[in-house]
Design a protein around this ligand. Structure first.
Ligand SMILES: [Zn+2]
Length: 642
C-alpha cells in the first residue's frame, strides 16, 4: 500500500524496494522470538550483531545464485529479482537492523529507573562517540569505505563522517547512536520548549513516515506539472538507477531549496500528527495501533493554537511551492521549458533525449555516464530481427529505407536516385539495395549519397554504395577527416560538400547546408517533395544528439570545451531555422526514427486513406518547432555551464 500510494503512485509493481518498513517488520518478528530471553541478553545479542556484522563484508556468493538473493536480503543490498516485468531490490539488509532493534529493546529497560538511566546514557554516548572517532581514525575495521584527505578541512571532515548506511556499518551506528544517547541524556525529563513540537512526531512515528511520503510525492507532482505542463514521470515506476523517480530533464533543486521544502513539509505535518496523536489517545481501535504502535498520553492544547499552527504551516508550504517554481526559471530551466513547450507531444522523443543530455538530472549525473552513451556493441552484425524495418514510400519522390532506429531517405529524380545517409555497413545491402527493389526501384540508379555526418550509423554503408553502384559520396570536409581517424568501414575520399551547395540531378535540386554541432562537418538538407502531386518542402536536420556530453573524450579539447559545441550547435540550429522558414519547409525528417516521429508516422502512412492529411506534413510552424526544440536544448546546456 505504501509502495503504490506513496512511493510510486501506481500499481504496476514493476519496481519494488524492500526498504525501512520491510526491515522493521522482520526486526519485530525476530524480536518476538528474542523477548523470551532476559533483556540484558537481548541487548548483548544486538550489540554483537552490530559490532561484528562488518566481518561479513567480504562474503559474496556468486551473483545470480539463490544464495546471492538470500544474502542481499540479509546483508548486502542488491537486486533480488530482475525480470522484464518485475524488479525487487533489497535496500535494507536485515542482519544489522535486527541487531539495532534488539539493542534498543534491551536498553529500553533502562527507562524504569531515572538516575541509572542518566548515568548510562551519558557514559554510553561518550563511549560510542569516542569509539567512532578512534576506529574511524585507525580505518582498519567498521566500515567498507575509508576516509581520505580532501581539498579543504571541511570536506575532509565530511569524508571522515561519510560512513556506509546500506547496510549500516558499525561506524555508521556508533556515529549515530552515540550522539543520540548524549542527546537523550541532555533532554532527559526536561525537553526544552523549542523541541517540544518534536514530541508530537515522536508519538506517531509510523503515521508521520507514511504521511510524509504521500505529501512529498504530491508536492513533487505539483511542481513537476507547473514546470513542465506534464507530470507523467511522477506516476511511472522508476529505472532502478534513478530511484525513487525517473526525473524529467533538468529535474532537481539546490540544497537550500531542498532544506526549505523539508522544513515546510515537517511544519505542514505537525497539525496532522497532533490530530492523529489526540485521536489515538481518545480511541483504542485495533487499527490505530498498527499505524503507531505505542499508545501514549498527550497533553491537550487549546484548539486555537492548533488552528494557528495549521494556518501558518499551510502558508509556509504555499510559499515554498511558489519559491520552488520561481527557482525553476533559472536561465537553463527557462530553455528546457521553452524546448518542452515547442516539442509538444509529437517531438517528445527528441526533447527527452537531448534536453536530458544537455541538463542531466542530479540523479542521472551521480549514476554515471551510462545514460545517453551507446552500449558497447558485440563484435559482428546484430541479428537481423533486432533492426530490420520494411521500406515505405513516403512521398511521390521520397522513400524511407531504414532500420527500426536509423533512416536512409531516397530521393528519386528524373535521372536517378540521391540517398540521404547510408546506415550501417551490415544493413545497407538489405535495407537500401533490397528496399529499393521491393519498392520497384533499381539500386543501380543511385547516383549520389549525401552522408549527414561521419558516424558509423549513417556513414557505414557508403563504401558498399561506392563499390557496388559507383555512387558518389558527399561529406563535409571536417567529417571526411573524422572518418580518416575512425577505424570502421568508411567510403573512399570523394566529394566535399560545401555550405549552400545545390546538388542537382535531373529535375530535382537538393540544397546542402553546413550545420556544425553534432560533428564539425554535419550536413543538413532542404529539397522539394510532392504528395500525389501537391508540392511540399522537406528539411532534414543532419545531426541531433549532444554527443560531447556522454562521449567527452571524442569531442572535448582545450580549444573545444563543451561551451564551444553547444554554441556551435545552437548557431547552426538558428541559422537552419531561418533557411527553412525562407524555403517554406513544411516537412521535417531525421536520420533517427525516434526523433522525427517516424515510429508512429510510418505506420500511420500505411493506414492513410485518400484525402486524409499526410502525417509528415507538419506545416512551416511544425518545422520551426522542431528546430526550436534542438536549439533551446542546446541553449539550456550552454546556460547550465555558466
Ligand atoms: Zn551521429
Amino acid at each position: 500500500m505504501v509502495r503504490c500510494l506513496a512511493f510510486q503512485f501506481n500499481f504496476d509493481y514493476r519496481v519494488t524496494m524492500l526498504l525501512v518498513l520491510w526491515a522493521l517488520g522482520w526486526s519485530m518478528i525476530a524480536l518476538a522470538a528474542l523477548v523470551h530471553l532476559p533483556a540484558p541478553a537481548v541487548a548483548a545479542i544486538g550489540a554483537v550483531m552490530i559490532a561484528s556484522h562488518n566481518l561479513l563484508d567480504p562474503v559474496r556468493p556468486p551473483s545470480g545464485s539463490a544464495l546471492a538473493a538470500v544474502w542481499s536480503i540479509l546483508h548486502r543490498p542488491a537486486v533480488v529479482l530482475a525480470t522484464s516485468r518485475h524488479i525487487v531490490f533489497a535496500a535494507y539488509p536485515l542482519i544489522p537492523w535486527i541487531g539495532v532493534t534488539a539493542l534498543g529493546y534491551g536498553l529500553g529497560q533502562l527507562y524504569r529507573e531515572r538516575e541509572k538511566r542518566r548515568t548510562f546514557l551519558f557514559r554510553a554516548g561518550v563511549g560510542l562517540t569516542a569509539a567512532f572517532v578512534v576506529l574511524r581514525w585507525l580505518d582498519v575495521y567498521g566500515d567498507p569505505v575509508p576516509w581520505s584527505a580532501q581539498v579543504d578541512q571541511l570536506r575532509t571532515v565530511l569524508s571522515f563522517l561519510n560512513t556506509t548506511k546500506y547496510p549500516p556499518s558499525l561506524l555508521f551506528l556508533l556515529m549515530t547512536l552515540g550522539p543520540a544517547a548524549l542527546f537523550l541524556w541532555a533532554v532527559d525529563g526536561r525537553t526544552p520548549r523549542l523541541l517540544r513540537p518534536a514530541l508530537v512526531f515522536g508519538r506517531v512515528p509510523l503515521f508521520y513516515f507514511v504521511a510524509h511520503l504521500v505529501v512529498i510525492h504530491l508536492v513533487a507532482t505539483l511542481v513537476c506539472y507547473v514546470r513542465y505542463g506534464d507530470a507523467h514521470w511522477m506516476f511511472e515506476s522508476p529505472r532502478l538507477d534513478l530511484y525513487p523517480i525517473t526525473p524529467p530533464p533538468g529535474w532537481g533543486y539546490s540544497l537550500s531549496i531542498v532544506y526549505l521544502v523539508w522544513a515546510s513539509v515537517v511544519a505542514t505535518l505537525y497539525p496532522v500528527c497532533r490530530w492523529y496523536a489526540a485521536l489515538k489517545q481518545r480511541r483504542a481501535d485495533w487499527w490505530l495501533s498498527y499505524l503507531s504502535p505505542t499508545p501514549s498520553r498527550v497533553q491537550s492544547a487549546p484548539r486555537e493554537e492548533d488552528d494557528v499552527k495549521a494556518f501558518v504551516s499551510t502558508v509556509v508550504l504555499a510559499i515554498t511551492v511558489s519559491f520552488v517554481c520561481a527557482d525553476a526559471q533559472t536561465a537553463s530551466e527557462a530553455h528546457v521549458a521553452a524546448a518542452k513547450a515547442a516539442a509538444g507531444a509529437d517531438f517528445a522523443g527528441v526533447f527527452n533525449r537531448i534536453c536530458s543530455e544537455a541538463v542531466p538530472s542530479p540523479a542521472a549525473a551521480t549514476s554515471g555516464s551510462a545514460r545517453g552513451a551507446a552500449p558497447p556493441r558485440p563484435a559482428g552484425p546484430p541479428p537481423r530481427d533486432s533492426w530490420h524495418a520494411e521500406p515505405v514510400k513516403v512521398f511521390d519522390n521520397l522513400y524511407f529505407l531504414g532500420q527500426t532506429e536509423y533512416s536512409v531517405w531516397a530521393v528519386t529524380t528524373s535521372a536517378g536516385i540521391i540517398l540521404i545517409d547510408s546506415i550501417f555497413d551490415y544493413s545497407v545491402d538489405d535495407e537500401v539495395a533490397g528496399g529499393l527493389k521491393k519498392m520497384g526501384l533499381d539500386p543501380a540508379t543511385i547516383k549520389y549519397v549525401i552522408v549527414s555526418h561521419g558516424h558509423s550509423d549513417h556513414s557505414g554503408g557508403a563504401k558498399y554504395l561506392q563499390d557496388r553502384f559507383n555512387a558518389h559520396v558527399l561529406l563535409g570536409a571536417a567529417d571526411w577527416d573524422l572518418l580518416d581517424r575512425s577505424n570502421g568501414t568508411r567510403p573512399r575520399r570523394d566529394l566535399v560538400a560545401t555550405d549552400g551547395q545545390k546538388l542537382t540531378l535531373g529535375d530535382t535540386t537538393i540544397t546542402i547546408y553546413a550545420t556544425p554541432g553534432h560533428t564539425l562537418g554535419t550536413l543538413s538538407t532542404v529539397f522539394p517533395v510532392t504528395d500525389h502531386g501537391t508540392p511540399h518542402v522537406a528539411a532534414s536536420w543532419g545531426g541531433t544528439a549532444f554527443n560531447w556530453m556522454a562521449n567527452q573524450s571524442a569531442y572535448i579539447t582545450p580549444d573545444r570545451p563543451a561551451r564551444f559545441w553547444f554554441e556551435t550547435y545552437s548557431r547552426s540550429a538558428r541559422r537552419f531555422k531561418e533557411v527553412t522558414a525562407k524555403a517554406g519547409a513544411d516537412v521535417l525528417i531525421s536520420n533517427h526514427t525516434i526523433f522525427d516521429g517516424s515510429k508512429t508516422k510510418l505506420p500511420a502512412l500505411e493506414r492513410r486513406k485518400p484525402g486524409e492529411p499526410h502525417p509528415y506534413v507538419i506545416g512551416t510552424s511544425g518545422v520551426q518547432r522542431y528546430l526550436t526544440v534542438v536549439d533551446e536544448c542546446a541553449q539550456a546546456g550552454l546556460a547550465r555551464l555558466q
